[in-house]
Design a protein around this ligand. Structure first.
Ligand code: RAM
Length: 356
């Protein structure tokens, strides 16, 4: 995938989490305001060598999601390059507390780094803080936990950029006016909720005044439930022009439903999808445009960030720099956020250049 910029964009996301901080065990507003993991800032040494043999464990939102598989495959590649020990564990559903028992086991196993895509910003916090007390570095990726309970967050693109791109694609597909609906993942997902917040702000702008968001439905990142929710939206809103789904599971299920229904060609589907899952719906004309980043790069970057933290090269403080193997140099942004890069848009013209 072509990336024009790998540099860091500062985080607008931190503010979104402030409200949730009190629910996060032992966290104070001040911890989060100065960025997670900054206690060790003074001791970070940019010239420290990356340690070999680090035990780096990945805990995605759920295991049975092709998106997570691509993400963690990048993590596995990085851990090999780092000469560390890779492990992947996780629940089969993305419900709020489904990851807690896995975190507790990883603590007992004395992992050096836990890389987690949080299913809920707060439910994982008490165990993540226990992990950090046990000197385990915690890196969130894809879906953040409250900033006070992790050392760094690997964001796929800026939250603002993703939200704006979702609204832009919906507006294009609606021809500038009409009813749109969102088909999201779980109601507690940090990443989707942050993107939806930005979407709502965008929709309130004058250029979007003719677009009407009629409903946000939740398919829970479950294929069948997402399929049924898409069907329900179309039945309930006969004038619906666009379903915008900020989840790879939702967009694929909605596209499958529409492609074999009488809505094909009448209702557009857009959002965030995996090119390999979306190819057939782009080729059959159900989908004109959607977006994503390369999930493997997120896992890769997260492993390198974890190794840099565990080796004392960075502490998670704003402005620190580290090199993430083949992806090059990254800088830690506000509140421990490290941004992978801009999303890519996929259409019939370019989709065959991508294989993930
Ligand atoms: C789904 C998950 C994941 C999200 C992608 C876009 O696979 O919800 O967290 O980042 O969609």
């Amino acid at each position: 995938m072509v990336r024009t910029s790998r540099k860091i964009v500062t985080a607008g996301i931190a503010a979104l989490f402030v409200a949730g901080l009190t629910a996060c065990g032992g966290t104070t507003k001040d911890d989060a305001a100065t960025g997670a993991g900054n206690q060790a800032a003074a001791s970070a040494d940019p010239n420290a060598k990356l340690k070999e043999g680090l035990k780096i464990a990945f805990l995605p939102k759920q295991l049975n999601n092709p998106y997570s598989d691509v993400e963690t495959s990048g993590g596995e590649t990085a851990v090999k390059e780092l000469k560390g020990e890779y492990k992947k564990v996780g629940p089969n559903d993305a419900s709020a507390s489904s990851q807690v028992s896995y975190i507790n086991t990883l603590i007992q196993q004395q992992q050096d780094v836990i890389v987690v895509a949080a299913n809920d910003p707060n439910a994982v916090c008490p165990s993540l803080n226990q992990a950090r007390q046990a000197k385990i570095k915690v890196v969130t990726f894809d879906s953040d936990a409250s900033p006070g309970c992790r050392d760094a967050f690997i964001n796929q693109a800026t939250t603002q950029g993703i939200g704006e791109s979702l609204v832009k694609m919906a507006r294009e597909q609606a021809g500038g006016a009409g009813e749109i609906a969102i088909l999201s993942a779980t109601p507690n997902a940090t990443n989707q909720n942050a993107w939806i917040e930005v979407m709502k702000t965008e929709l309130a702008k004058p250029e979007n005044s003719k677009l009407k968001l009629v409903k946000t439905a939740y398919g829970n990142d479950d294929d069948q439930k997402s399929f049924q929710e898409a069907q329900g939206l179309l039945q309930s809103y006969p004038n619906l022009k666009v379903i915008v789904s900020p989840t790879t599971v939702g967009i694929a299920a909605a596209s499958r439903y529409v492609s074999s229904s009488s809505y094909k060609g009448k209702v557009a589907i857009t959002g965030l999808g995996l090119p390999n899952q979306m190819r057939e719906y782009v080729k059959d004309g159900t989908v004109k445009k959607f977006a994503l980043w390369n999930p493997a790069d997120i896992g890769y970057l997260a492993a390198f960030a974890g190794a840099a933290l565990s080796s004392g090269q960075i502490s998670g403080a704003e402005g620190e720099k580290f090199t993430a193997g083949k992806l090059g140099e990254y800088t830690v942004g506000k509140a421990g956020e490290i941004v992978l890069g801009p999303p890519t848009e996929f259409t019939a013209e370019n989709i065959d250049q991508f294989d993930f």
